[in-house]
Design a protein around this ligand. Sequence first.
Ligand code: EPU
Length: 338
Amino acid sequence: MPEILENISLKNFNTFGVEAKARWFADINKEDDLINLFSDPKWMSTERLIVGGGSNMLFTQDFDGLVIRVNIKGITQIEDGDDVYVTAGGGEVWNNLVNYCVDRDFAGMENLSLIPGSVGASPVQNIGAYGVELKDVFFSCRAYMIETGAILSFSNTDCKFDYRDSIFKKELKGKVIITAVTYKLSKKPSLNITYGAIAAELQNREIEAPTIKDISTVVSAIRVSKLPDPSTIGNAGSFFKNPVVSKDTFERIQSVFPDTVHYCLPNNTVKLAAGWLIEQCGWKGKKIGQAGTWKNQALVLVNYGNASGLDIYDISEKIILDVKDKFGVLLEREVNVI
Ligand code: EPU
């Protein structure tokens, strides 16, 4: 049975670094811990919250239930010709896994370098950056089904991946705990350098034939230059999703704001850059008390010191209203608000 702690501060378990208390807290180090935990009917019927690295969560209040922190470690791999299947425990730190793969020349994850969070959370919101999404390298995951106690395997298609979305955020929300993830990588890299900022940074460094390690280094440098480091300034990466609108809506916006940053998608839809919309509303680098937006990326909300979760939430509400007023577009939060 895992140890159950009481009245635990969650400040170190969320990358915003805001204060909130958990009524109960359990650290899960192996799958058996889950089986033992839920064999007690008390925990089966208690409200619960599953956390990994706490990098996609905003606590606006104490949590009067059981917080389950997945801390299952371990990385192994099986090689099959040019393919490599790397399996990592759900509690591994995502970037440690990326480094493990980059150091061994296993290609596929290098564009996802330095994303905060854990392996177990990576499929939940289909993390993505610089032209690559988790779904591009995801092979399968093991998941403990809380209600039945079964451990099931989910394939890539089972997960119903979409932009920052999966089955684990929809019909299976709160019902499963991902204990391990297997990624399919390659020893024969086909590097993805289509993203403008990567190509520009490679040129800056005069790198003509980039290696996997070069891509990882360049992506990390771009992230460091644009995004605040959660270990010193509390944040959860992009706070909102980039909104997808119809072509008609886009044309209406573009007729008033010709410079609207956008990417055309299939099916007559257009993705808008939420960071640009927010900046146009005057929010870039703005601070109210100890909460605000980042000076180099308006899409990132930050805790400049001792902001509360509610301070940050209030700013997000104001941003939503301003963007709606100016552009008629409704921003949707990427971060889970508790
Ligand atoms: N922009 C502005 N002002 C800003 C921020 C952005 O004008 O304050 C403009 C940029 O100039 C650029 C465009 O918006 O033309 C897009 O900006 P950026 O390349 O920084 O990417 P993003 O769309 O804001 C997304 C992901 C990030 C990911 C980057 C790079 C989402 C919600 N966010 O941001 O992911 O790192 O692309 O691929 O899709 C995360 O999800 O937490 C995250 C950091």
